[in-house]
Design a protein around this ligand. Structure first.
Ligand code: GAL
Length: 139
């Protein structure tokens, strides 16, 4: 695991925040992940994991020391060595994930204490050029 970015917002990142990541992968890309975590614990409320070898975006949560059921996106609009933008926002019910402004998936909250989701981490095969956090309010 290689940590590329980490930020912590004690007041919480859900609901109503949007995290926009601009980046690029290298040619030997395997996978990268954007994780929304709870406080200092190892609980992952939302794991967004593009896997280039299988051309699939796998999403899941790691709660109570185990992975839950995977949710797969229907599309894989990412290409190695091509710059992209991923935006993940949340409302009271879902995380919403967009790649280059096209929605790829929504993921129902499994960790019900939304206010506890206060950390975002980006890991592995990604060159992050910017991360923008915006408070959007609810929509
Ligand atoms: C596992 C993988 C984890 C995570 C999980 C998601 O196989 O090792 O990193 O991606 O799947 O379900």
């Amino acid at each position: 695991m290689v940590l590329r970015f980490e930020a912590s917002y004690p007041e919480g990142l859900c609901p109503g925040w949007s995290v926009r990541v601009k980046g690029e992968t290298g040619s030997r890309t395997n996978e990268f992940q954007i994780n929304f975590l709870c406080g200092t614990e190892d609980q992952i409320a939302f794991h967004f994991n593009p896997r280039f070898k299988d051309s699939v975006i796998v999403c899941n949560s790691f709660l109570d020391n185990q992975w839950g059921q995977e949710v797969l996106a229907d599309t894989f609009p990412l290409e190695a060595k091509q710059p992209f933008q991923i935006e993940i926002s949340s409302d009271e019910d879902y995380f919403h994930a967009f790649v280059d402004d096209s929605k790829v998936l929504q993921y129902e909250h499994r960790h019900k204490q939304l206010a506890a989701v206060s950390r975002v981490q980006i890991l592995n095969d990604i060159h992050v050029s910017s991360v923008e956090l915006t408070r959007r309010g609810l929509y």
